[in-house]
Design a binder for this molecule. Structure first.
Ligand SMILES: Nc1ncnc2c1ncn2[C@@H]1O[C@H](COP(=O)(O)OP(=O)(O)OP(=O)(O)O)[C@@H](O)[C@H]1O
Ligand SMILES: O=P(O)(O)OC[C@H]1O[C@H](OP(=O)(O)OP(=O)(O)O)[C@H](O)[C@@H]1O
Ligand SMILES: [Mg+2]
Length: 288
């Protein structure tokens, strides 16, 4: 039975290919939604959960959501800003991280002061024009679809502005970044401004639950009762840790969610305090 309270399915856009596609599908699958099995499928209806997924170019997703055609979507923050669509970021998703930079032939450019009068090639004209406008820099922006690194060698542009992840594409083209970073991006959950579909909140909470589950682990340990206060101070949990009696007199069992980062150090500290049987387990989903 559908959870939808209105009958109208929640319509969600998912990147169909490129750097965000696999991880976006994965987070939705972990959130309990049906996802496509074949990369040629254009849409999937998950009637049990009241959601319809549309697999679209990540660059188009903010436009569909901003215009109200779709209710929500996953795209890159850089693509959202570039589109100037009437959509808003509701949650950073922790994958598809990248930086956006100006770059030019190694050694030739040092700072933004070198930009006036130059030809800048980019696939992100919205982002670049806004950045230049804010700083009053007068330069011409040339829109290319991709492979912008080659445009300098071909004499079409003097510098580029592009996504940098590992930096290997720039290096291979003999280019290096210069000036301040234009922006930092990652995959984001977007929705339209104003009134939301009534089921958007359920969807958002499910995705949030997976992100929390990824950043926390469950820790269990046994400890002599006299040390439990000190131990619980180290593992306060989200609400409060569960402390249960053990059959062995004078000992208790403690269970608490702890941040994944630093969890090994926490195990060392608990062991020092006298805890034994310390276990860490993954959490797959949660609602807090
Ligand atoms: N190594 C990377 N290369 C390109 N985009 C990346 C990378 N890492 C993260 N991203 C992010 O992925 C998004 C771009 O996705 P994608 O590569 O699918 O778009 P595209 O370059 O326009 O498409 P395509 O290259 O398939 O023509 C942006 O948000 C970008 O910041
Ligand atoms: O810093 P790196 O790890 O090398 O990644 C960045 C490169 O990857 C992207 O290109 P993509 O493969 O999407 O091709 P495109 O330029 O045709 O979009 C981006 O435009 C850079 O060229
Ligand atoms: Mg690309």
């Amino acid at each position: 039975m559908s959870q939808s309270s209105t009958g109208a399915l929640l319509r969600v856009a998912v990147p169909n290919k490129g750097a965000l596609s696999v991880a976006a599908t994965e987070i939705l699958r972990e959130s309990g939604y049906r996802q496509r099995r074949d990369s040629k499928e254009l849409a999937v209806t998950d009637a049990d959960n009241g959601v319809e997924f549309f697999y679209l170019r990540p660059r188009d997703i903010a436009l569909y959501v901003g215009s109200g055609t779709l209710d929500a979507g996953i795209t890159g923050r850089d693509l959202l800003l570039d589109s100037r669509a009437d959509a808003k970021e509701v949650r950073a998703l922790g994958f598809g991280r990248s930086r956006f930079h100006f770059a030019g032939p190694a050694g030739r450019y040092a700072s933004l002061a070198d930009l006036p009068g130059k030809r800048i090639a980019t696939s992100y004209t919205g982002v670049v024009e806004a950045f230049l406008d804010e700083r009053g820099i007068d330069a011409s922006v040339i829109r290319l679809d991709g492979a912008v690194e080659t445009s300098i060698q071909l004499g079409v542009a003097d510098v580029i502005a592009d996504v940098v992840e590992t930096g290997s594409t720039l290096r291979a083209a003999g280019l290096e970044t210069f000036g301040e970073q234009i922006l930092e991006s990652e995959a984001v959950l977007v929705t339209r401004q104003g009134e939301q579909h009534p089921d958007f909140e359920i969807f958002r909470r499910r995705v949030e639950g997976v992100l929390t589950a990824r950043s926390y682990v469950m820790m269990d340990y046994d400890i002599p009762s006299e040390h439990v206060q000190a131990a619980v101070a180290l593992t306060p949990g989200i609400e409060s840790p569960t402390v249960s009696p053990l059959h062995r007199e004078g000992w208790v069992a403690v269970r608490a969610m702890v941040p994944r980062t630093g969890s090994q150090r926490l195990m060392d500290a608990l062991f020092e305090l006298g805890a034994r049987g310390i276990l860490l387990t993954d959490i797959h989903a949660c609602r807090l």
